[in-house]
Write a protein that binds this ligand. Structure first.
Ligand SMILES: NC(=O)c1ccc[n+]([C@@H]2O[C@H](COP(=O)([O-])OP(=O)(O)OC[C@H]3O[C@@H](n4cnc5c(N)ncnc54)[C@H](O)[C@@H]3O)[C@@H](O)[C@H]2O)c1
Length: 309
């Protein structure tokens, strides 16, 4: 299959690209390298440095003629969305519409959309949050992703463009940027390696659902053939406190320090973890890598990178 992966130089996108290539697909990556890295892109994929909001994107479609578009390129930082809501909407809503327009014009068959289960539901009334929970985002990023989902469904109704929306939980694993604002696992690992003191917001009490990146990539492979017209959570159905993640990493790295405890920040939810029954039914998917094993693999990669730099 010819597949266009937007955001394929990023953390999750680069793993999806690797998985698609390993399965024998022809992959073109589009990325503006704003938060991604050229070295993340598998050399077997073609790469176009391009912003999804620029006119150049149309040429990429004309040349590559993708059958499937997997759209991950996004402004994905909750804090930045609160500070720059217009930038967030430009990237996540207008960027998605541009791609959907290109899909129709160049007759792509399917659109796979990377959405968020962590930010769309807000504080869910029932946990684990199922896809039927009413979306009540507490940040602009959650709204822009939800809005883009609506456009994906609109293009399906209007133009018969098939889709699968995947609402990721908190994805972690190798290549997550430890210098970014998001991704506590990578951030804590690097801070502990450097002997710095990690900050636990919400005094470490907020519950999140940590899903390993290779499990997410496998779901994106399954979504090439399955999950037609579905919105599907990708999570573990288990809530883990930030403190428990901190303690697990502390033990893996034999870190002797203590964390700094601070109150929860605006826009951050208290408790969210995602039901995954629909993923089992629609994709035959369930997570395989448990948190301790996933954190060990992540710590090994970040440790190697820190030693090399
Ligand atoms: N990391 C998570 O836990 C998580 C959770 C839920 C959803 N998601 C979604 O998964 C996707 C990938 O997230 P990630 O964690 O890999 O982040 P990331 O920042 O590593 O990847 C995003 C990639 O998109 C590129 N990009 C951003 N804006 C672009 C634009 N306008 N044009 C072209 N390229 C652009 C960046 O350079 C980067 O390579 C995002 O859509 C994000 O919203 C991530």
């Amino acid at each position: 299959m010819r597949i266009l992966v937007t955001g394929g130089a990023g953390f999750i996108g680069s793993h999806i690209v690797d998985t698609y290539l390993a399965a024998g697909h022809d992959v073109c990556v589009v990325d503006n390298l704003s938060t991604g890295f050229r070295e993340n892109v598998n050399p077997a994929a073609s790469f176009v440095e391009c912003d999804i909001c620029s006119d150049k994107i149309e040429k990429v479609f004309a040349q590559h003629k993708p059958q499937v578009v997997n759209h991950l390129a996004a402004q994905m930082d909750v804090r930045r969305s609160l500070e720059s809501p217009v930038f967030d909407a430009d990237s996540n809503i207008l960027g998605s519409i541009r791609l959907l327009e290109c899909c129709v014009k160049h007759q792509a068959d399917k659109f796979i959309f990377a959405s968020t289960g962590g930010a769309i539901y807000g504080e869910p009334e029932t946990l684990p949050a199922a896809e039927t929970c009413e979306p009540r985002p507490l940040c602009h990023y959650g709204v822009s992703k939800y809005c883009a989902e609506q456009y994906v469904q609109l293009y399906s109704r209007l133009y018969d463009l098939d889709y699968t929306v995947l609402r990721f939980a908190n994805v972690y694993g190798p290549r997550q940027n430890p210098h970014g604002e998001a991704g506590v696992c990578a951030i804590f690992i690097l801070q502990m390696i450097k002997g710095a003191q990690p900050i636990l917001y919400g005094h470490g009490e907020p519950l999140r659902d940590y899903v390993y990146v290779e499990d997410v990539a496998r779901a994106n492979l399954l979504a090439l053939e399955m999950g037609s017209g579905e919105i599907i959570n990708l999570g573990t159905a288990r809530g883990t406190s930030v403190r428990a993640v901190y303690d697990a990493i502390k033990s893996i790295l034999s870190y002797g320090g203590e964390p700094i405890l601070k109150p929860r920040r605006v826009g951050e939810v208290d408790r969210v973890y995602l039901a995954n029954r629909r993923a089992k039914e629609a994709l035959g998917w369930q997570p395989e890598v448990d948190l301790n094993e996933g954190l060990r693999r992540t710590a090994a990669q970040i440790g190697d990178a820190a030693r090399r730099s």
